[in-house]
Ligand binder design. Sequence first.
Ligand code: GLU
Ligand code: ZN
Length: 317
Amino acid sequence: MPNLKNLSPPADGYRGRFAPSPTGPLHGGSLVAALGSWLDARKNQGKWLLRIEDLDTPRCIPGIDQEILRQLLACGLSWDEEPTWQSKHQERYQKALERLNALQTIYSCTCSRQTIANVLEAQGVITPRNQEIVYPGTCRPKEVQLNQGFSKQVSGTAWRLALPPDLTIEFEDLALGKQDQDLNREVGDFVLRRRDAVFTYQLAVVVDDADQGITHIVRGQDLLSNTARQIYLQNILGYPTPSYLHLPLVLDEHGEKLSKQTLASAIQTENEQQALHELRKAAIHLGLRNLPDGKAISIAEWLLAATQAWNRKVTFF
Ligand code: GLU
Ligand code: ZN
């Protein structure tokens, strides 16, 4: 643990996390999220947890979780509690879904992507690329009925959350300021368990953040548009809402977000020099200036300087 004298007072009982999906090794963009969340936890003398979000099995690549752990350790980003894997906690998500069912807030949906596309087309709704498809409510019953077949767990049926009308969620992002989202207009009744029985990111992340007592979420801006959904789920499940800080995205030369889909290359961490080079790039992206760049510095020393630089930051991005 580095010496953290002269830092501003830490947030009480800070618990942060990094939650990669094992769909590819860490790239420059995911390292920014890892480093940003790690620095914020260290600055606050808090805990930094690692959670592997491996529920979407068709997209996960076997063995990549171990590669991510190795990459993080090579960069000196060590975690404070045993890492967790979402695939080992299916019963947690099932319980949360059952609670929501008891609250009469979910309903089953058998629409395929194509059915939804057809309904939207017939309504003349055009969804721009990269924008959320707003579910048109095709399967939504007039009154969401208690136990409408939920216990049978019909396979081939998705479970959606029924949103009440006029649901605008407001929150303060520590970097971006006031945010709001009208969930009906921008998202619609969203899926909590998919037709292939996979619990969705929205449900699992909310259950785990609460279960692990996460107080601060620091992650990439690509996830900003999910936050209102997560806050609403926290509200109905009676969980506290953590604070949020969304980090600037790393874009490639075409202005696209670095991601596994755009085949972003893995960070190179075979030796200390390579790892330091990757860390420096991530730090520049986080707006950290005047960090040591001499060859003689160790990763631990560099991370300490970066923590102090993060602490001196008055405004984010
Ligand atoms: N597993 C998500 C991802 O890799 C991130 C989850 C989160 O930080 O909320 O995109
Ligand atoms: Zn449907």
